[in-house]
Write a protein of this length. Sequence first.
Lengths: 190, 190
Amino acid sequence: MYLRCLQRLKSNAIRTVSSEALAKAAGVKPTQLRKDLTYFGQFGTRGLGYDVEELTRMISDLLGTNSLQPVILVGVGNLGSALLAYRGFEKEGFEIVAAFDLLPGAKRNRAKPVFSMEKLQEFIRERGVRMAIITVPATVAQEVTNQLVEAGISGILNFAPLVLQVPEEVVVNNVNLAIELENLSYFIQS
Amino acid sequence: MYLRCLQRLKSNAIRTVSSEALAKAAGVKPTQLRKDLTYFGQFGTRGLGYDVEELTRMISDLLGTNSLQPVILVGVGNLGSALLAYRGFEKEGFEIVAAFDLLPGAKRNRAKPVFSMEKLQEFIRERGVRMAIITVPATVAQEVTNQLVEAGISGILNFAPLVLQVPEEVVVNNVNLAIELENLSYFIQS
DNA sequence: AATTGTGAATTGATTCACAGCT
DNA sequence: AGCTGTGAATCAATTCACAATT
């Protein structure tokens, strides 16, 4: 989040920012921001603030965002197609290098290649891909996950609405749109 | 999350579940689950567990998920189109009743009507819509938000990668796909 | 004068440990 | 015997308050 805000500042030719201003932009409190940063070192100048350029570089290094990470996507339905077409990732250092689906033929005419599921493990191994996005139906998500893990994937962004069982060295982030809506719905009932 | 797991159990004709089993399915610890539930009352039977049917009903009531909530969507790009076509919401009690875009004409041939932005506020007011999904570019997201809030929206699911400024009675949930990927990427660098 | 960096204090969430039901 | 419900203990995150620095 901080990185995103810093990039916005940079594109507005702002050189220096106080914890107060950056925190406001990121939607957190100034002390929170300062505490967060000190876990990784001291980057500010007292009385002045943080150098936008320098702080940007340090967070990028930390996140390992400086090199382009290849990512694959499994399940080219509505959501999968949208993510394939979405350009927003590349700016942040990720590239969806290929997609996989049971029916790759029907999913042609896209910028990205869509392969059949048989090619999945071979592709992961040959290209050394470490991250995958799962946009398959819940019923097959665990089976797909098993294949991914077996082939060496260590990070999964899961859009299927269930909890995936994985070995502990594999990291899963879940995005569940229905839960987000329910959450909103709960908090606005007043 | 619990609700989702309970529904799965129900469809497998399972009548009763222990905190241990349900917690496992939801990816949390048993004590966590029990503590969570007791914030709202006592629903289990000692020595036996929870009645799937009863617990389902109580969580549904709590979430207000029993009545169908109308939701609108603003910004019919790649992601917006995918969400419009996504059926997963309806099962959870939400219906995207309309979408809005600067160029509604180009976005026809869908199950849902796509209106021009001029119709936005009128629609919200007439239909009493309380929730909106924002899938517009970051550059116009704040402006769209202002319009939504002015028309009476009180819950926003925001996919634009920036922090929206809203009055405190309005709830915003952010979904930022690039941040999810970055997060994964950070935790798998070993 | 402004603003960071950070121990200490506070607040909040999770887990333990076990009493209490069925 | 099995399993929930929960006060107490622990662990983690946030915020305060202010010394240190430019």
